[in-house]
Design a protein. Structure first.
Length: 101
């Protein structure tokens, strides 16, 4: 493996309520393509695909992926000049007992 994606939260609140702040309220992450030393890898335009996982130590895939709403633009790529992409998203169905997990 010569590169990996590093995902960092952008200004996340300690507790996030999906129903407070309207439909425009979202979470944001910065995704950066880095080499084995953690240095940015420039010059590569990499398409991004998003998958919602449970944060329960097992990283199981959520069955209903349509609850993950990626906000504009329609397609996200790693910018070859900056080696990163900013991504905004919402999770439309949030519950501690979601799908029996």
């Amino acid at each position: 493996v010569s590169a990996r994606l590093k995902v960092e939260a952008i200004n996340w609140e300690p507790i996030w309520y999906k129903d407070e702040g309207g439909r425009e309220k979202c979470m944001e992450v910065n995704v950066t393509l880095v080499d084995k030393n953690g240095d940015p890898v420039r010059g590569r335009r990499i398409p991004l695909k998003f998958t919602l996982l449970y944060d329960n130590g097992q990283l199981l895939r959520v069955m209903k992926q349509d609850i993950l709403k990626i906000l504009a633009p329609a397609r996200h790529y790693i910018n070859p000049e900056t080696s990163s992409a900013a991504v905004s998203f919402r999770i439309e169905d949030v519950s501690k007992n979601h799908q029996g997990m």
